[in-house]
Design a protein around this ligand. Structure first.
Ligand SMILES: [Zn+2]
Length: 471
């Protein structure tokens, strides 16, 4: 008993010292100068990142462009597939790539398709078969294997006319680049083993209205209900080619995350309003995690956190997952060149239009792929987040008492409490509390935002969980 009290006091004083000494000045989103040390580097993950190849990425993007158009409405009959034209040929080739990677790892990947007929809709004039292609690297631990982290890009493309099914739509950057990130992550990470499951996804129908990702996300939500799946994180890469416009900054990549969760109920929105939780959606915790991964692994590109769902009046596949209640973010290059997006290939007024491979920086795509692969590998290695995290509020006091249920799955060996000033974008302080599920810190819950995360023996941190109040 005495040692327990002593432990609590030590934790309390250390926490107080850290809080007093910490700098709590507000930073603007995107600045990456938090007080926390980055997560420890796992040398096996670092070695895998060195296998990511800009040469493979270049070859894959050029192959995708070679299908002429990957419009969701384009040909997918056997003759067109055999001729290497249209979205059907692209789909079959992606599948064959995943199959090849799986062969190289002794069949470690389950290669699957999620195919459905989309009835006529806004930008779909007639019933159209849409096929998502994906590979599953199943987790090695039975309970952890139901936890899933997922990377996705859309392999469909378009030109100036969204209904043009024959004209060239190279889609090298949008979104050959994101498709290449999914493929390269699969190639490299399939050589490793993780307790949790990783899904490498490529979807179609994005340009028609996020149809492919919406179908997959709904299927995943059903699997959550029926089979106890849980998708912990979705990384959507869309336009990560690092377009070579003169103003481009190839040292950064934007990471967009929603604030108020799309799937929040009225009751949840009310709680967010009262507790100041606008900046702590699951997607935003994921974005902060990616920033931490970036600091630890130095993939050659810094994530700039944009605290916004997406660019002005534009959307992407991460939103389909947000709508089903999953944490999902979007990676996009800093500065898009709109001469090269959704444009017929042509020269007009001396300007080259069209989404051509010559504008893609393949080294940049490789760096973004490394940031994705490191995030997937860390999360798939880490314990499940602690469950049922609560802030006890039964009495009025200036201390804060947190309690939680042990991380399910048995990987966690200790827990850490994080906190930051309410006006700060990123976690500023961490307190290691050991393998316990209850702690009191001499810091007022009214003045900071707290979270708890689980850590395994090697130091892989889970996603943090912000407490719910409990009387
Ligand atoms: Zn796109």
């Amino acid at each position: 008993m005495f040692s327990k009290i002593r432990q609590m006091l030590l934790i309390s004083f250390a926490g107080l010292a850290a809080f007093s000494a910490g700098t709590c000045a507000a930073q603007s989103p995107g600045q990456l100068e938090p007080a926390l040390d980055p997560m420890p580097v796992d040398q096996s993950i670092a070695a895998a990142l060195r296998q990511v190849s800009s040469e493979h990425i270049r070859a894959n993007i050029e192959k995708l462009v070679s299908f002429g158009t990957r419009s969701t409405l384009s040909a997918q009959d056997p003759a067109s597939i055999a001729a290497g034209r249209g979205i059907g040929a692209a789909r079959e080739w992606i599948k064959s790539e995943f199959d090849r990677y799986s062969k190289d790892c002794g069949g470690c990947l389950a290669v699957k398709t999620d195919s459905f007929t989309q009835e006529p809709a806004d930008r779909i004039p007639q019933p159209t078969v849409i096929t998502n292609v994906y590979a599953v690297l199943k987790g090695t631990e039975a309970e952890s294997a139901r936890r899933i982290v997922l990377v996705t890009g859309h392999y469909d493309s378009r030109n100036s006319d969204n209904l043009d099914i024959k004209g060239a739509a190279p889609g090298a950057n949008d979104d050959g680049s994101g498709t290449a990130v999914s493929l390269e992550c699969a190639r490299v990470l399939s050589k490793m083993k993780f307790p949790a499951t990783i899904i490498f996804l490529t979807v179609a129908g994005e340009e028609q209205g996020l149809n492919g990702s919406a179908h997959f996300a709904k299927m995943a939500a059903q699997m959550v209900k029926d089979q106890g799946w849980n998708i912990e994180a979705v990384l959507n890469n869309d336009i990560v080619g690092g377009d070579k416009s003169p103003e481009q900054d190839h040292s950064v990549v934007r990471v967009f995350s929603e604030g108020l969760p799309a799937a929040a109920t009225d009751q949840e929105i009310e709680r967010i309003r009262f507790l100041g939780g606008e900046n702590d959606s699951g997607s935003r915790e994921l974005a902060r995690y990616i920033a931490d991964v970036g600091r630890a692994y130095d993939p050659g590109v810094n994530p700039v956190l944009i605290f916004r769902l997406d660019r002005y009046l534009r959307g992407g596949d991460h939103y389909s997952f947000n709508q089903q209640g999953f944490s999902a973010v979007r990676f996009t290059e800093l500065r898009e060149d709109f001469h090269h997006q959704h444009q017929n290939v042509r020269i007009e007024g001396g300007i080259q239009y069209g989404d051509l491979p010559r504008f893609v920086d393949f080294d940049y795509v490789a760096r973004v792929a490394r940031l994705n692969a490191a995030t997937l590998a860390e999360l798939a290695s880490a314990p499940a987040p602690p469950a049922h995290v609560r802030m006890l509020t039964s009495k009025l006091e200036n201390d804060s008492t947190l309690t939680w249920d042990a991380s399910p799955g048995g990987l966690a060996t200790s827990y850490e409490v994080l906190w930051r000033a309410t006006s700060s974008p990123q976690w500023e302080h961490v307190q290691k509390v050991g393998n316990i599920t209850h702690v009191t810190l001499p810091i007022s819950k009214d003045n900071v935002i707290f979270a708890v995360r689980a850590v395994d023996v090697q130091g892989h941190p889970s996603l943090p969980v912000v407490p719910m109040p409990e009387r």
